[in-house]
Design a protein around this ligand. Sequence first.
Ligand code: C5P
Length: 273
Amino acid sequence: MPKNPDGLIVSAPAKINLFLHVGDKRADGYHALESLVVFAGVGDTLTFAPADGLSMSITGPFAVGLDAGPDNLVMKAARLLAERAAVTRGARIVLTKNLPVASGIGGGSADAAATLRGLVQLWNLKMPPDDLRRVGEALGSDVPVCVDSMTAWMEGRGEKLTTLNDVPEVPIVMVNPGVAVPTGKIFAALKGRRGIGLALPPKMRDAAALVAYLKTTANDLEAPACEAAPVIATVLEALASQQGALLARMSGSGATCFALFGDTETSAMPPRR
Ligand code: C5P
């Protein structure tokens, strides 16, 4: 991780659910999931500098309205890690919020996971990756996968992970319509669903193979999210109709949608006027 005069710099890439199948609601209130999760080349950035106590500030295009107080998931992650590792040191954390909030692409979870990674380094902790993911699990269902930020097959409520090395890198365009969609509300509105029980995906050589596989899957949260925020359906239609778009889908509980492309030229769409 690079250092600059302001401290250690850690990136928190956006998480994308290429598909998301939802199973039954469990006794703990969470739903069993199955998802293929990848990470984008865009995300938030955090810096960590040594300090006596823990503090954070937020800057960047989506900082407005965000609370940098003790309930921020970044601060919760920092406190929980300090507690689990019996650390009494502090840190001054600056979050540059580039990703929209409550948008189905990790956001706060990626920030929390980046906080765990950053503080392990700043505090020089020897914490095995499994233990770090377990700290993440206590913070939210999407945090464990964001700890490594690597392509993964996700199960359980999100915490059971298998790293996948043979999913091809594919150009992607992400569109967020600017409406915040609360995850719990979308899960609660779920009606039909694919359920879980898929085998791990086969080895996929290129974008065409990945898309052929993904067309056998879905995002079960798309329907309730489109009901809660109809603009999502408009975004999905617009993405699907772009030249060269191979597949358009929503990520997580929305509202961010994405389209996969076969090559970088067609994915570099000019902005609509
Ligand atoms: O774990 P996290 O706090 O991100 O989850 C937010 C909400 O999303 C949960 O309170 C729950 O309502 C819903 N959820 C779920 N099943 C999951 C993950 C999240 O029902 N596997």
